[in-house]
Design a protein around this ligand. Structure first.
Ligand code: ATP
Ligand code: MG
Length: 483
């Protein structure tokens, strides 16, 4: 049911750069010439009021948005890209991404996010927006130029730091379920609360996320991960059942089980804490994904062993495999990024093992070799993985990692392992024994690499060559060329 609303207006001086001013003047003049009222709407107005930087400017035109965009593009001598299907047009003006759209009214069918669209009034247009704070408009028209139009008390919600839908939340969310994830993302990005009735509607409509394309979902997940405190987003998704739809594996980490009076930690909230700690230390999206997924297989590997308590043996190995399943499902990039996340999940316990007193140089070399360029990210993950409430313990663990770091630096300076390639390549092996590529070549190559990492032979061509002859002899191979 639609509430009756009146547009409240107020004048709020907002800082506008020279570039923006020039743009507004051209847009206002062209709109006036066409007698098509035009407004700055949505995120840009919100961000200005919140004093956040914003490089997107959206204009809503009561009339033909595409025609206005073309006229503005001509005046500013910039090309305009028209998206006919969406009825929107875009242009770039200095560093602003500018979008024009005609004011519209929408009606939705239950099975799709794609609405039927008709021309509408400004109020129709604002009412179909996701949140009141995104439904503010600034007039660029002669009779009320610069006036802020606030039909749904978006200003009040900005002050109260609340996310509220302009219409009934059930309607807003069932029309376009992506809005539920936008609510979560804004909650984390702006540190706003979602009003209780909207939270209830989210829980009720969580399953409707299934009609949203995976790319849109993943896009929001990435934005959530890039906020200062991503835990806000994942906790809210958990509490509104959205997480069950997008990352059910994480939901399984929630809870504490007790056997013989012994409990383990809640791995869901532990994960969120690690994620926030990583977010404080690094802006690397893939490292943040690794933090989110580092313990993902603790549910699968959990066992209670008599006399030992709770164990999660192999969770790093199973976890690395699960990373691939999740990346595939979410259409995240499977090449470099996924490989990095897998590597970080797989290795996330290794620096702990290295923090023990009697660690050998070969163990250090092995980690340098396996982590390669991701060593710094791995150390950041490990340092963030400390979530004890006992400050003394935290201090001690961090100190241990400082020692690991200095050992890593020391061995790296001496042995140069990080971007190291063993001195004997597959080609040399094939040439020496006149053999085609095959499994045996890999076996010999790996044996050479292992022997060097273990410190059994020196990292030189001659030592590696001699070792290669030995290994090949075990296979009954004899060299056909001389070194
Ligand atoms: P950001 O640019 O940080 O993602 P934004 O609020 O500007 O945030 P945009 O995707 O740029 O988001 O959209 C601009 C405006 O369009 C929003 O402020 C909102 O008014 C409206 N909007 C965007 N997506 C939706 C949606 N799915 N449902 C309703 N309104 C939306
Ligand atoms: Mg925007």
């Amino acid at each position: 049911m639609q509430r009756f609303v009146t547009i409240r207006t107020c004048y709020k001086p907002l800082p506008v750069s020279d570039t923006e001013q020039q743009l507004y003047e051209v847009v206002a003049a062209e709109a006036a010439a066409r007698q098509a009222p035009v407004y700055v709407v949505g995120g840009h107005v919100r961000d200005k009021l919140l004093q956040r930087d914003s490089k997107d400017i959206d204009f809503t035109v009561v009339g033909n948005g595409l025609a206005l965009a073309e006229a503005v593009g001509q005046k500013l001598q910039t090309p305009v890209t028209v998206f006919k299907n969406f009825g929107t047009a875009r242009l770039q003006y200095h560093d602003f991404a500018v979008e024009f759209v005609g004011a519209r009214r929408e009606s939705y069918r239950p099975a799709s996010r794609k609405p039927e669209v008709q021309a509408g009034t400004l109020l129709d247009d604002l009412a179909r927006r996701d949140f009141t704070i995104n439904a503010l408009a600034v007039s660029l028209n002669a009779d009320d130029y610069g006036m802020l139009l606030d039909a749904f008390d978006g200003l009040g919600d900005l002050e109260r730091r609340l996310l509220r839908t302009p219409l009934e939340p059930e309607l807003t969310f069932s029309d376009d379920p992506l809005r539920m994830l936008r609510a979560v993302r804004f909650a984390a990005q702006l540190d706003f609360a979602v009003v209780p009735e909207a939270r209830m509607a989210m829980r009720q409509h969580a399953e409707r996320l299934r009609i949203v394309s995976i790319e849109r979902i993943t896009d929001e997940l990435n934005k959530m991960l890039m906020t200062d405190r991503p835990s806000i987003a994942f906790d809210l998704m958990f509490k509104t059942d959205l997480l069950r739809e997008v990352l059910p594996e994480l939901v399984l980490l929630y809870g504490v089980e007790h056997v013989e009076g012994k409990g383990h930690k809640d791995n869901f909230y532990h994960t969120l804490q690690v994620l926030d700690q990583v977010a404080k230390r690094s802006d690397d999206l893939w490292l943040r994904w690794a933090a989110l997924l580092h313990d993902i297989a603790k549910y699968d590997t959990k066992r209670f062993e008599k006399g030992k308590g709770w164990t999660f043996h192999g969770h790093e190995v199973v976890g690395a495999r699960k990373v691939e399943t999740i990346f595939r499902r979410l259409h995240l990039p499977l090449q470099e990024p996924m490989k990095r996340v897998q590597k970080l999940v797989l290795l996330h316990l290794r620096p702990i093992a290295l923090s023990k007193e009697e660690v050998t140089d070969s163990a250090i070399r092995r980690l340098l070799f396996e982590a390669g360029d991701d060593l710094e990210a791995l150390m950041t993950l490990c340092e963030s993985d400390i979530t004890s409430k006992n400050e003394k313990k935290v201090k001690k663990y961090l100190e241990n990692f400082r020692l690991v770091r200095s050992k890593l630096i020391e061995v790296e300076e001496r042995d140069r392992i990080r971007n190291w390639q063993p001195p004997i390549s597959g080609e040399v092996i094939m040439r020496t024994f006149a053999k085609p590529p095959g499994r045996e070549i890999g076996i010999i190559k790996e044996a050479i690499r292992e022997a060097i990492l273990e410190g059994r032979i020196r990292n030189t061509y001659d030592d590696a060559y001699a070792f290669m002859l030995e290994k090949a002899a075990e296979l009954g191979w004899h060299p056909v060329t001389k070194n």
